[in-house]
Design a protein around this ligand. Structure first.
Ligand code: SF4
Ligand code: SF4
Length: 183
């Protein structure tokens, strides 16, 4: 059996103070009073079915563990239902904290492939779930509707505007497929 003396000490990275300041600004004036009661996690529909623990994210964020926060796949399990925010006895805003961490995660290249593909669809078609012309046009005509609804599917200039905004904000670069050789 390994004795306690033989175990290597746990070494935490230096806290990222800029990250902590951002978390404090985002999570409400009482975020440092989070006492890990778990009301948020106990109310969380995403955590009920996965290993996602929202109070853990709040704790790590306050400790300045930026890398652990932005690289965790469970960061993306939150449905932004705001139940945790409604129920926190300390008026912490866990949902806003999660969204702020997600923004940094994407900026630094951590994005789930499914989200990336959805974003690419928006740039290609103007819709996250584009019209399947083959099947939907016929069905729409059958029930007396115009074959193409009056949305971006009908107005290519609107899609061009979306692409323009994406280029201007560099969103197109964030969601493009990365060359695997670069990794
Ligand atoms: S409910 Fe509020 S105080 Fe309790 S652990 Fe969650 S964030 Fe912290
Ligand atoms: S907003 Fe997100 S973290 Fe909060 S309860 Fe809903 S799913 Fe859970």
């Amino acid at each position: 059996m390994t004795s306690a003396e033989e175990k290597p000490p746990i070494v935490l990275d230096e806290p990222d103070r800029e990250f902590v300041e951002m978390i404090k600004r985002t999570g409400g004036p009482n975020i440092q009073s989070c006492y890990q009661c778990g009301t948020c996690s106990g109310s969380c529909p995403a955590g009920a079915r996965t290993n996602f623990l929202v109070r853990g994210i709040i704790r790590k964020a306050l400790l300045g563990m930026k890398q652990e926060c932005i690289s965790a796949p469970e960061l993306w399990y939150c449905t932004t239902c705001y139940t945790c925010t409604d129920r926190c006895p300390q008026d912490v805003k866990p949902t806003d904290v999660i969204k702020a961490i997600r923004n940094i995660a994407v900026q630094e290249g951590y994005m789930l492939q499914n989200h990336q593909k959805v974003a690419q669809k928006v740039l290609e078609t103007g819709h996250a779930v584009p019209l399947d012309k083959e099947s939907w046009q016929k069905l729409r005509e059958k029930v007396g509707l115009e074959p193409i609804p009056p949305n971006a599917s009908r107005f290519p200039e609107a899609i061009a505007d979306v692409v323009k905004i994406a280029k201007k904000t560099h969103f197109d670069k964030l969601v493009e497929d990365k060359d695997e050789d670069e990794e």
